[in-house]
Design a protein around this ligand. Structure first.
Ligand SMILES: CC(C)(COP(=O)(O)OP(=O)(O)OC[C@H]1O[C@@H](n2cnc3c(N)ncnc32)[C@H](O)[C@@H]1OP(=O)(O)O)[C@@H](O)C(=O)NCCC(=O)NCCS
Length: 194
């Protein structure tokens, strides 16, 4: 197997803290054996959760283990999408992940349905954004949102993100259509010097 590996730069080291917390939530690097079963039960198999995401619902827990093993690889080798597992009261409730393009980050997130509507993702994204935009060199965080996903747009708005435009026929959302859908580009930028 081809293993892509690289050394993290200073901004990346500051950004990708293995563990961090907010008032109600704990964030940590995913652990395949610990997180696989609760992730599968909690959201990976749920078509309502994945409707506006880029993956189709997992058909068995092995698919979830494989996904998590890839996440662990991404963390270890400093490449690709790196998510944190999110816990509330010790229970796994979702993930917040980042693609790192040096000065620019792209975020994605998901919560199990029973955790929706309690302000958890607003708490998570707002803390993450404050931290990330204070890291020297990071100027911008983006999120790409399907136009029919208002809950995500609302969270972004509450966390200081603005819509910069609609990217037309941009991304295939496999649970919506096999043809590329429009995407709303949200972003928050750092206010400091750069
Ligand atoms: C998007 C998601 C992470 C939000 O998490 P959450 O913890 O429930 O979000 P919060 O409770 O912090 O805030 C949700 C906001 O959206 C609003 N909302 C929820 N459903 C809505 C809808 N259908 N239309 C408009 N607003 C909606 C809520 O009222 C709340 O806003 P308020 O605080 O002003 O009342 C969660 O719904 C989810 O996991 N969805 C599936 C995965 C997904 O779509 N991820 C995003 C991909 S871009």
């Amino acid at each position: 197997m081809l293993t892509l590996s690289r050394e993290p730069d200073d901004a990346e080291v500051a950004l990708f803290r293995p563990e961090w917390s907010t008032a109600r939530l704990d964030f940590s690097r995913p652990d395949t054996m610990r997180d696989g079963a609760p992730m599968f039960r909690g959201w990976a198999q749920d078509p309502e959760v994945s409707r506006y995401l880029l993956w189709t619902p997992h058909s068995g827990v092995d698919e979830t283990y494989l996904f998590l093993a890839r996440c662990e690889h991404a963390w270890r080798e400093h490449v690709g999408h790196r998510p944190w597992s999110i816990r509330a009261g010790g229970q796994l409730i979702g993930m917040l992940g980042v693609d790192y393009f040096e000065h620019r980050l792209v975020v994605g997130y998901v919560l199990t349905r029973s955790a929706w509507g309690q302000g958890y993702l607003t708490e998570a994204l707002s803390a993450f954004s404050e931290h990330a935009l204070a890291v020297p060199g990071i100027t911008r965080i983006e999120a790409h949102v399907h136009p029919d996903n208002p809950a995500s747009g609302r969270v972004l708005g509450k966390c200081g993100y603005v819509v910069e435009g609609r990217l037309r026929r941009h991304t295939v959302f496999p649970n919506v259509s096999e043809r590329p859908s429009d995407v709303d580009l949200f972003a928050r930028i750092s206010t400091g010097d750069w």
